[in-house]
Design a protein around this ligand. Structure first.
Ligand code: BGC
Length: 394
């Protein structure tokens, strides 16, 4: 997503502005808590903390509301701004979003952040290829991770939940035939381990991305997948603040639909994880065997409608979706800490412009919505679709 530093500073200035004389009797809500936050990653922190509706998504949604002329739809759209969602730190420049975003986090809220800038990012696709090239691991460490760490350390009174590097390790498990993924592999492994080690701070709880049931849930992928993730966890020194995995990030899978969405596909017999609930249970057991904490958070931001994809692997701007379950820790499954919104609904998964450098053929598929802008950019029509099809409705 395009974001200018000056906009961040302008927003920070607004957020920090002194209270006007008329409001001086009511002191402003200070950011964070009165004292240092200590998150116990051996428990479900979502029972105590609510995912914060971050101010960046709020601004995107508010701008979207302005464009809606139908008043009842506009009123519904407004409510989306109050839903907690993760903030993606997808470039070094976008670390600039962090300080302004933590200014309004109350003590009972947790700010969700996506760590997403590995060298050679998105090795099996093009839509989200990142700014760092293969071989630029030292830049990832010093210019990206270390910078985020210093900001989180400077705000010990605020709670943070991190989703670490979507798609990276799952791609190493299933796309190792691609030269791009072979080239990215060592940087991903060392980079993820470095991130887990450095971000292991008392006010942080960490979840490592584990794809989804239609990815690592295949019988043949469960064990290698669990081992790949556990290797990173152990290489990081088994960090105390590590809680488990994030699944269905930017995904479309249903939580507990049974029989599952692709249970009639000819290859369904090779995948017992036909919904995310089964996936986190089955993959969770494999993680346990591999020696890794195995609790999960599940992205339910865009999975309100099922049966939209022609194939399980279709990931780009799937057409006619709806917002899904709102963030909650009431999941009904012991291993599932919370349903969360990780992908900000309305931001694109990738451009449908076939002439763009980051054009990926998945964004041109029959079941992909077109036209769509570059990954991370706002797509008003798509947002309105998510809203109209939301389940539960807004
Ligand atoms: C994009 C990021 C964006 C994120 C959230 C990813 O697909 O590559 O730039 O921040 O989605 O929308």
């Amino acid at each position: 997503m395009k974001f200018s530093q000056s906009a961040a500073l302008a927003f920070a200035a607004t957020a920090l502005a002194a209270p006007s004389p008329t409001t001086k009797e009511q002191p402003r809500q200070a950011a964070g808590c009165a004292s240092a936050v200590t998150l116990d990653a051996s428990t479900n922190v979502w029972k105590k903390y609510t995912l914060h509706p971050n101010s960046f998504y709020r601004k995107e949604v508010e701008a979207a509301v302005e464009q809606i002329s139908d008043s009842s739809l506009a009123a519904a759209a407004k409510k989306v701004a109050d839903v907690g969602s993760f903030l993606w730190l997808d470039t070094i420049e976008n670390i600039g979003k962090l300080e302004p975003a933590l200014q309004d986090v109350p003590c009972n809220n947790i700010l969700g952040l996506v760590i997403y800038d590995l060298p050679g990012r998105d090795c099996a696709a093009k839509a989200s290829n990142g700014e760092l090239k293969v071989g630029e691991l030292s830049r990832y460490k010093t210019e990206y991770i270390d910078k985020v760490v210093s900001i989180l350390k400077a705000h010990p009174n605020t709670a943070f939940a991190l989703v670490i590097e979507p798609d990276s390790l799952p791609n190493l498990v299933t796309n190792s035939d691609l030269t791009t993924c072979q080239n990215s592999a060592s940087g991903y492994r060392e980079g993820v381990a470095y991130a887990l080690k450095q971000l292991n701070l008392p006010n942080v709880v960490m979840y490592l991305d584990a794809g989804h049931g239609g990815w690592l849930g295949w019988d043949a992928n469960l064990k290698p997948g669990a081992e790949e993730l556990a290797k990173a966890y152990k290489a990081a020194g088994s960090p105390k603040q590590f809680r488990g995995i994030a699944t269905n990030v930017a995904g479309w899978n249903q939580w507990d639909l049974s029989p599952g969405e692709f249970s009639k596909a000819s290859d369904a017999k090779y995948n017992s994880c036909q919904n995310e609930k089964t996936y986190i249970t089955t993959f969770g057991a494999a993680l346990k065997s591999a020696g890794m904490p195995n609790h999960a958070i599940i992205d339910t931001g865009r999975n309100g409608v099922s049966g939209l994809r022609k194939e399980w692997g279709n990931w780009c701007n799937v057409n006619a979706p709806g917002f899904g379950q709102r963030p909650t820790s009431n999941t009904g499954a012991e291993l599932a800490d919370a349903f969360v919104w990780v992908k900000p609904g309305g931001e694109s998964d990738g451009t449908s412009d076939t002439s763009a450098v980051r054009y990926d053929s998945f964004c041109g598929k029959e079941d992909a919505y077109k036209p769509s802008p570059e990954a991370g950019q706002w797509n008003q029509a798509y947002f309105e679709m998510l809203l109209k099809n939301a389940k539960p409705a807004f």
